[in-house]
Design a protein around this ligand. Structure first.
Ligand code: ZN
Length: 209
C-alpha cells in the first residue's frame, strides 16, 4: 500500500499537520485485518506512537500525520496531570490512561450528559476553547494485532476518545468550540488557569450548552 509516497522505513516520527490541511477534513478509511498485520501498518503505528510521545500529546489520529487511515494512538501519562490540582482532576474525571492503539473505531454515546472543559488539538497549535463532550462513551475497535476490543469510558478519557475518533471523520474540536471561548494557551494560563469553568463562562459571556 502506498502511503502518500512517504518513505516510512527511514522515519522515526512524522510532522503533525495543522488546521487548513485538506487531509484533516477527509474521512479516513478502514483497514482490513490483513493490512493491520502488514509490516507497513505496524511501522506506521510505531511512528505514530513516537510522534505522540514527542509532541507530546494524549492522542493522535493517523490523519494528523497525513495518512487518511482509521488508526488512533492514545496515552494520558501521569506526568501530564502533575501540575493540575487534585480537585480539578476530580471534576474532569481525569486519570492516567496507558498507551493503546485503536483501529477502525466505532463510537456510541452512552449518556446524554455533557461535560464542558477547555480542549486543545495538536493540529490547532497553541489554541484552546471550551468544548462540550458526552460524559460517557462506548468504543468498539481493533487493537494493533487486529483483535476486537471494547472500551467503556467516562470523563476525560471519553473526551479523548471523542476527539480522536472525530479526526477520523474529518471533524476538528474547533467545530464544537463554544463561541467566544477560543484563546491561545498563553492567555489561558495568564488569565483563566485554576478558575472554575462556570466562572470563566460567566466572565466571557459564554453560554454553556
Ligand atoms: Zn486533535
Amino acid at each position: 500500500m502506498k502511503s502518500n509516497q512517504i518513505d516510512l522505513k527511514s522515519l522515526m516520527k512524522l510532522k503533525i499537520v495543522q488546521a487548513g490541511d485538506p487531509i484533516l477534513r477527509q474521512q479516513a478509511r478502514a483497514l482490513t485485518k490483513e493490512e493491520i498485520g502488514s509490516e507497513e501498518i505496524q511501522r506506521i503505528i510505531k511512528i505514530m506512537i513516537n510522534t505522540l510521545k514527542d509532541a507530546p500529546g494524549v492522542g493522535l489520529a493517523a490523519s494528523q500525520v497525513g495518512l487518511p487511515l482509521q488508526i488512533v494512538v492514545i496515552e494520558d501519562r501521569p506526568e501530564f496531570t502533575k501540575a493540575i490540582p487534585e480537585e480539578e482532576l476530580k471534576k474532569r474525571e481525569r486519570k492516567p490512561v496507558p498507551l493503546h492503539v485503536l483501529i477502525n473505531p466505532r463510537i456510541t454515546y452512552v449518556s446524554s450528559e455533557h461535560a464542558h472543559f477547555f480542549e486543545g488539538c495538536l493540529s490547532v497549535d497553541r489554541f484552546i476553547g471550551i468544548v462540550p463532550r458526552a460524559l460517557e462513551v462506548r468504543v468498539e475497535a481493533m487493537n494493533e494485532w487486529g483483535e476486537p476490543i471494547t472500551i467503556e469510558a467516562r470523563g476525560w478519557y471519553a473526551r479523548i476518545l471523542q476527539h480522536e475518533i472525530n479526526h477520523l471523520q474529518g471533524i476538528l474540536c474547533t467545530d464544537f468550540t463554544l463561541p467566544r471561548s477560543l484563546m491561545v494557551v498563553e492567555n489561558y494560563n495568564k488569565y483563566w488557569l485554576g478558575q472554575p469553568i462556570e466562572k470563566i463562562a460567566e466572565d466571557l459571556q459564554i453560554n454553556l450548552v
